[in-house]
Design a protein. Structure first.
Length: 313
């Protein structure tokens, strides 16, 4: 008698899954780049023409095609001094990545400690104070935080004659305090709130109550049961923190005069078709969007492979 059980379909191997994920990432990057260029050049192509006019649409398509063709050849849309344009773009990228990297390194331990205090503080007044300050930082945009901090520093400098930091400019010294501080506050506040919510959710689980019933408590309970359960939420929280910081990066760089990619991107002028800075601005926007996509992709991969259910497949 023949068995009616059909053999289970073969699951794709690790290399096949990795190849699929790499292909999906490449397609996402390509579509994101095309979409950004289409949106930016639309303001330039249709500034004086309607989109439904053949001439306006032809100019639009030609701008997109010319930009990508020049970019593949290493030319920023025919700029006269191409080497200087690339040096400007690379220097702006270096400044942006330096600001983002330093801010991220400070925000991660600060947010983790802040979240731990919010989750484990026993005194109600301390919890309310930490939670209230966290809510205030999350509710204020980066624009407001940077302007308020700059005004406070300027007022203290005028009244006391002591310069705590600078309110504008670039430098890996005291110039870092205000822009990096703004990004750190926003990112750490998000990370702290996400970790605090995840911690409280873990403590409400039935298996935590069972562990407490067996006599586990304090640091032993936290180290053996709570900390391993926070691994996946922590990765997701760090990913969200990076999204918040990258989203705040443009306005912080522009207001502070940091001279990064965000500043180059805002140099775009829709009424100047042959303006060399426009190509630099579009390329800067591409770098920011691709950075955002890469951060999201790396975070999603980390979440997927950190999930123990994936290894059971």
């Amino acid at each position: 008698m023949e068995s009616r059980h059909q053999p289970a379909p073969a699951r794709p191997g690790g290399r096949t899954l990795l190849a699929r994920e790499a292909l999906a990432l490449l397609l996402t990057l390509a579509l994101s780049a095309l979409l950004v260029v289409m949106i930016i050049f639309a303001t330039q192509a249709f500034a004086s023409r309607r989109y439904d006019q053949p001439r306006g649409f032809a100019v639009y398509v030609n701008l997109i095609f010319t930009y990508f063709a020049d970019l593949l050849r290493g030319q920023l849309s025919g700029t006269r001094n191409n080497a200087s344009a690339w040096r400007l773009l690379l220097e702006s990228s270096r400044r942006t990545f330096a600001l983002l990297g330093i801010s991220m390194l400070v925000a991660m331990p600060l947010g983790a400690g802040w979240g731990a205090l919010m989750a484990m503080a026993r005194r109600q007044r301390v919890r309310v104070l930490l939670f209230g300050f966290n809510t205030l930082i999350l509710s204020l945009p980066a624009l407001a935080i940077l302007l308020l901090a700059s005004e406070l520093v300027a007022t203290l400098t005028l009244r006391t004659g002591i310069r705590l930091t600078y309110v504008q400019g670039y430098g890996l010294d005291q110039h870092l305090l205000l822009p990096a501080g703004t990004l750190v506050l926003r990112g750490a506040a998000y990370l702290a709130r996400a970790l605090q919510i995840a911690h409280d959710d873990v403590l409400r689980q039935e298996w935590i109550r069972a562990a407490r019933a067996r006599g586990l408590s304090g640091l032993v309970l936290w180290r053996r049961h709570v900390l391993p359960a926070l691994r996946l939420p922590a990765i997701g929280a760090v990913l969200g923190m990076l999204r918040v910081m990258v989203a705040s990066l443009i306005i912080v760089e522009y207001l502070y005069g940091w001279g990064g990619i965000g500043r180059r991107m805002i140099d775009f002028e829709s009424n100047s078709a042959g303006r060399p800075e426009n190509a630099i601005a579009v390329t800067a926007a591409l770098i920011l969007v691709l950075l955002f996509v890469l951060i999201d992709a790396v975070g999603q991969l980390a979440l997927r492979y950190a999930d123990p259910r994936v290894h059971e497949l």
